[in-house]
Design a protein around this ligand. Structure first.
Ligand SMILES: NC(=O)c1ccc[n+]([C@@H]2O[C@H](COP(=O)([O-])OP(=O)(O)OC[C@H]3O[C@@H](n4cnc5c(N)ncnc54)[C@H](OP(=O)(O)O)[C@@H]3O)[C@@H](O)[C@H]2O)c1
Length: 341
């Protein structure tokens, strides 16, 4: 077995209590756990970047969903990228960069078949958690496959300054949208949407009702709505959609911390006369598109036509702050945690 010197323990985040409403730092515990040497077919990875994502909030509830809930007193998991520091698996060498699913910790021991080698020369490692990873594929598949985007469409995306939303708007622009409109939660983010990502217009959903701001931005209506938020955003979009409009139901972050029944949409019956299509999506259904997505997206990054931002929080001890910050809008682009060893 090939290996580098590794410490005997590493820090890991466990779920200490199930959050009720907004997660609190006391719902989590940072523990020192033994670092396990890899058995046959396994690798030991020193994580360099951890991903925090909105879907993790759902896993903190004890409910049946498309991913199992985190267990109390157990180390949480999620996307991570790092370097192999010990290998007992064929095809994996010490020093290889890998993407895998055992985040929320400094060191991960896992079956090599659950790791994917990534090219650190092609792009910074953290990009495999964002623009070249799960959020990127979500944006690409959600726009092109689920919403059946076509050239000349007017597209509205909410959560537009985040990891998925910033890419949806730019993919729509690059694919020939007539108009791209975005909403986000601060004046600075709104400026970035227009000046940085090339959206045609954008608004701060906290300034005035979404319905009014969307109507002003899209007097001729919209053809596609990419929903990251739900609630009043979805209701406003249903009102603004043109006949045969399409909606990708990707996320509903406005209600992830709700303790009461969620708001609307109250105008769903409009979908009948307008013959709207509202379709939920899960990124894992779209892996067949991965090759095309990676080739096209890497090309746009290289040519400079696609801008990608990250908000980087340093230190494993700050992972919970990064996660809670993400839910509150502390990020522009993808929120990641950088570990230094
Ligand atoms: N279906 C799938 O397969 C799939 C895969 C990936 C992601 N998603 C979903 O896609 C959405 C975006 O994910 P992401 O990873 O790209 O996260 P993100 O957009 O980078 O971060 C979350 C953002 O949500 C916004 N937000 C928080 N509360 C809000 C509220 N009440 N109203 C409006 N906006 C609010 C914040 O920005 P502001 O400052 O603008 O408020 C925050 O930055 C999430 O809903 C997520 O669950 C779904």
């Amino acid at each position: 077995m090939a290996e580098q010197a590794t410490p005997t323990t590493g820090r890991e985040w466990q779920l200490a209590a199930r959050p009720n409403g907004w997660p609190q730092p006391t719902d989590f515990a940072l523990v020192e756990a033994p670092v396990r040497q890899p058995g046959p077919g396994q690798i030991l990875v020193r994580n360099d970047y951890l991903s925090v994502d909105p879907y993790m909030r759902g896993r903190m509830n004890d409910v049946k969903s498309y991913v199992p809930p985190f267990q109390l007193g157990q180390t949480m998991d999620g996307g991570a990228v790092g370097h192999v520091v010990a290998s007992a698996a064929e095809g994996f060498e010490v020093g290889d960069a890998v993407l895998h699913g055992l985040g929320w910790r400094e060191y991960a021991t896992l079956d090599a078949k659950h790791a994917v080698k990534v090219d650190a020369e092609l792009a910074p490692l953290s990009y495999y958690l964002g623009v070249l990873g799960m959020p990127g594929l979500t944006a690409y598949a959600g726009l092109l496959e689920v919403a059946s985007f076509k050239e000349g469409d007017t597209v509205f995306v909410s959560g537009a300054a985040g990891a998925v939303g910033s890419l949806v708007g730019q993919f729509a622009r690059l694919k020939g949208a007539k108009q791209v409109i975005g909403s986000a939660g601060s004046a600075q983010k709104v400026a970035t949407l227009v000046d940085g990502y090339g959206f045609d217009s954008a608004f701060n959903y906290k300034d005035a009702p979404v319905r009014e701001q969307l109507a002003a931005a899209a007097p001729d209506g919209i053809d596609v709505y990419f929903d990251n938020v739900g609630g009043d955003h979805l209701e406003a979009a249903i009102g603004a959609l043109n006949v045969h409009g399409r909606v990708t139901l990707c996320g509903a972050i406005a209600q992830y911390n709700d303790t009461a029944a969620p708001a609307g949409p109250r105008n769903l019956a409009l979908a009948i006369g307008k013959r709207l299509r509202l379709q939920g999506m899960l990124v894992n259904d779209h892996t067949a598109l991965k090759g095309q997505f990676l080739a096209e997206t890497a090309g746009w990054l290289k040519s400079g036509e696609l801008r990608y931002d990250e908000t980087v929080v340093d230190g494993v001890e700050n992972t919970v702050d990064a996660f809670i910050g993400l839910l509150g809008g502390a990020n522009t682009g993808k929120m990641v945690v950088r570990l230094t060893h």
